[in-house]
Design a binder for this molecule. Sequence first.
Ligand SMILES: [Zn+2]
Length: 238
Amino acid sequence: MKKVKLLIAAIMIAIISAAALLAACLSKSEARLTAARVIAGKGMMKLVESSMEERPKVALTFDDGPSRKYTPELLDGLKEKGIHATFFLMGKNIEGNEELVKRIQEEGHLIGNHTYNHVQLNKISAALAKEEIEKTSNEIYKITGEYPTYLRPPFGAWRKDLELSVTMFPVMWDVDTLDWESKNVTSVLHIVENNVEDGSIILMHDGYKTSVEAALKVVDMLTEEGYDFVTVDKLMVP
Ligand SMILES: [Zn+2]
C-alpha cells in the first residue's frame, strides 16, 4: 500500500513537472512571438516613416528666354536627366520661337511670364504694366492653350496694385546665381552650393552657354545631395 502511494506521488510530480515545463516553453515561445511582432512593427513603422519622409525640394528657374541658340541645348540636358524647370519667358522673344515654346510645354516644364519688354513694373504706369503682362500671357496662350499663372517681375520689382488687375502670382528667388554677370560655371556652382536649402528657388538665365552648362551641373550636384527638382507651382500655394 505504501508502495502504491509512493508511485502515485511520483506520477503526480512527473505530471506537474511536465506541465510546468510545457508552460515555460509556451510562455517562452509566446515571448519570442511578441518580440517578433514588436520588431516587425518597428520595421513597418520605419518603412512608413521613410516613404513619408520628404526629400528637400528645389526649383530651377530660367528668365529672359526663350533663346533660340541655347534653350534647345538646355532642354536636351534636362530631358536626359528627367528634370522639370520653370521658364519665365519674355514676350518679345516668343515670336519666331513658337516651336521652342511648345517644346518647353510638351516636355513638362512650367511656363511663366517675364513681361514683354523686360520692363521694371514699378517704374511705369499701372496701365502699361498691365499691358506688358497681358500681351505676354496672350502670346503664351496662343501657343500653349494655357494662360500662365506665375510671373517673374524683371529686377524683382513687383507692384501690389497689379494684383487687383492681373490674377498672377509673382515668383521671386532666394538663390541668385548671377550667371548672366559672371558667365562662369564654377562661380554659379559655388553660389548654389553655399545658399541652397529646402524650398529654394534658383534664378538663372537660359541665354548663355555657360548658364546651360552650369544649370546641368547644378542638377547633378543637388541630385547627389538628395534634392528633388520641381516646378515653382509645387513650392507655392497660389
Ligand atoms: Zn530678366
